[in-house]
Design a protein around this ligand. Sequence first.
Ligand code: ZN
Length: 211
Amino acid sequence: MKRKNASENFELIFNDFVDYLMPELVPYEASLYLFLLRNSLLRDGTIQIRIGKRSMAQGYGTGSRGKKTNYTHMTRVISGLEVKGCLRVGNTTREGTLYTILLPRDIPLVKEHITNIKISSEDEDDYFTDPKKRQILFERDNWTCQYCGELVSQDNATLDHFVPQSKGGAHSKDNLRTACLVCNGVKSGKSFEEAAPAILCSITQRQKRSQ
Ligand SMILES: [Zn+2]
């Protein structure tokens, strides 16, 4: 079980990395970030690693074809990651420098991305607050109360939350139905099952009155 949770966690980290972080990094930064993550979190579950630039350069692949470690290059890549908030550089000892690696969700650039995506998708789904989107739903329902079948107009049309907001119902187009003032008042705050008898009763009374 514990193992499953851990792998789900890695999946999330990996998805965040691919979706949000990688586009912000140059390829060298991306591969160094993955190298550090592989040798810290994925190896022993911590997000800290003490390592020298030489081992780092060898490990993440700039040392291919026997090229000598280029310290200027390493320093540039590390400071690139630091500036982008992906890691924190700690003290340096004989064994190397201490790096704290931030997981994608903790990196400001990624956080910003995720928040922006949330906000825009919430806006898109809000058919309750936006007057133009309300009109779309009234049109969809042919300006007819979805409970009693009465025609409604610009003056008295309302939108009812089929699953009430108090029970987690969203401002989404699927959860909103055109309703007359009376039906909306009767149903207010209740699920359809709870409100159905009262709605039926109200419809019958109105029919009697109009006869
Ligand atoms: Zn109605």
